[in-house]
Design a protein around this ligand. Structure first.
Ligand code: T5A
Length: 207
């Protein structure tokens, strides 16, 4: 099984927090860890991230444009960062990956799912994560955690119903791939969530 571990979930579920806790834990065991994110993670990918989230030029982009920009960022990231790191034996912890495209663009934006599956494989050169951790947070907790943010990006500006569909979409996807995608109750405190993640890690990658 490859050492790519992806973190998924709706906004404010705590992915960034848990990635940094898992990184620390792996590094104390002497492991090499690369942390990256989508969209972004390369110089070109970070420009695409800006277009997707905050740039005025990105406002009102078509759903097809959005899908292709996420995929373009991913193709750069996998080829130039993730694949070389995996080849060198590092653990790669990635904040979002192909499952986000499947759920946000496929299920929530209702773009053709079959095409998205094909595009995901094309953009990644058929790379599928060894383990995916789906952090499930309730809408109330997510709102609480995001309340301190001064601004909202283009996607965060969607109606609450959009995020209900996203949350349900992730659950449906996880149920279809239970071996790879582990569902985690992310309403708990960060330490408790980290312990659950560690249990899944040890189960997926026994020493
Ligand atoms: N997208 C992405 C697509 O539509 N298609 C795609 O293919 C891809 C790859 C990315 C956007 O792009 C979309 C999805 C997204 O809308 P982003 O800026 O990367 O945007 O935003 P998110 O991925 O949504 O990440 P966030 O930064 O919003 O949230 P995180 O990383 O999940 O949460 P985190 O760790 O930053 O925590 C948020 C706050 O909560 C606290 C933290 O301290 C922080 O203040 N917190 C907790 N508090 C209490 N208990 C816990 N367990 C906590 N965990 C964290």
């Amino acid at each position: 099984m490859n050492r790519l571990i992806t973190f998924e979930g709706s906004e404010g579920c705590g992915k960034t927090t848990q990635i940094s806790l898992l990184k620390e834990k792996l590094e104390t065991r002497g492991e090499t860890v690369l942390v990256t994110r989508e969209p972004g993670g390369t110089p070109l990918g970070e420009k695409i991230r800006h277009l997707l989230k905050d740039a005025p030029e990105g406002k009102g982009m078509t759903d097809a444009t959005e899908l292709l920009l996420f995929s373009a960022s991913r193709a750069e990231l996998v080829t130039k960062v993730i694949a070389p790191a995996l080849k060198e034996g590092a653990w790669v912890l990635c904040d979002r990956f192909t499952d986000s495209t499947f759920v946000y663009q496929g299920i929530a934006r209702e773009l053709p799912i079959e095409f998205i599956s094909t595009l995901n494989l094309f953009a990644t050169g058929d790379l599928v994560p060894g383990l995916t951790l789906l952090l499930e947070v309730s809408p109330a907790k997510a709102a609480e955690r995001m309340a301190h943010r001064a601004t909202r990006d283009r996607i965060e500006d969607e109606e609450p119903e959009f995020f209900d569909i996203v949350r349900e979409g992730f659950v449906t996807l996880a149920e279809s791939e239970p071996d790879r995608i582990k569902r985690i109750n992310a309403d708990a405190d960060p330490g408790t969530v980290a312990e659950i993640i560690w249990t899944h890690f040890l189960h997926a990658f026994p020493a």
